[in-house]
Design a protein around this ligand. Structure first.
Ligand code: URA
Length: 215
């Protein structure tokens, strides 16, 4: 085969893209996210779930902003995508208010399976998923993290803070010598129940918007 034919063959079979892609941005990263998914899939026995019921993440893995919620609900489990129910619709509106959307942020939850009866995850369950969440953060390597609600706050700070008191204040999460800046704020499901708190949430969203501009 001459060089031209070899080159055509590479382009035709997409081998070229795969090799170049691997070289430039490191397929290793995608591969490791895959590995993380496999590990989390193996936790499905915790709630007696089928492996296919895992809700991993949504959005752009290259985003500067990683959003962490609590756990999937029935809709999320059905569509295997975080925040697609009523709380998700509100989250989309909140993001859109600061000119963000699903393609410009990365969204996941502390717990990747829907807890029985949609109950709040226990501290033991949070701690069980925490090492995987930390690995997830390291892989995404976001500049900022938005912690939505008390479960996401508890995952990193135990019961040191309450969401009502600490929301809107930058905190630091250290994972293997790397410090991540995170902002706790109200969970959209809470805002649906207490819409009068949306004012505070808007203040937090503006902090996120302004901080993203400075990156
Ligand atoms: N609430 C969450 O915390 N996460 C979801 O994915 C949906 C609702």
């Amino acid at each position: 085969m001459n060089e031209k034919l070899i080159s055509e063959y590479y382009h035709f079979t997409e081998l070229y893209d795969r090799l170049i892609y691997r070289k430039k941005i490191g397929i290793q990263k995608n591969f490791t996210i895959q590995e993380l998914k496999i590990k989390i899939n193996n936790l499905s026995n915790i709630y007696n779930k089928k492996k296919g019921q895992m809700v991993f993440a949504d959005g752009n893995p290259k985003s500067n902003l990683m959003i962490i919620g609590e756990a999937p609900g029935a809709n999320e489990e059905k569509f295997q995508r975080p925040f697609v129910g009523e709380a998700g619709k509100l989250l989309d509106k909140m993001l859109s208010a600061i000119n963000l959307n699903r393609d410009s942020v990365y969204i996941t939850n502390v717990i990747n399976y829907r807890p029985p009866d949609n109950r709040k995850p226990t501290s033991d369950e949070i701690n069980l998923f925490l090492p995987y969440l930390k690995e997830h953060i390291q892989l995404i390597n976001p500049k900022l993290i938005l912690l939505l609600g008390s479960t996401a706050l508890e995952a990193f700070f135990n019961k040191e803070y309450t969401i009502t008191k600490i929301r809107g204040t930058w905190l630091k999460i250290k994972i293997k010598n790397k410090v991540f800046n995170c902002l706790p704020s109200f969970h959209p499901a809470f805002l649906l129940r207490q819409p009068e708190q949306k004012k505070q949430s808007w203040t937090d969203l503006q902090i996120i918007r302004d901080s993203l501009k400075e990156i």
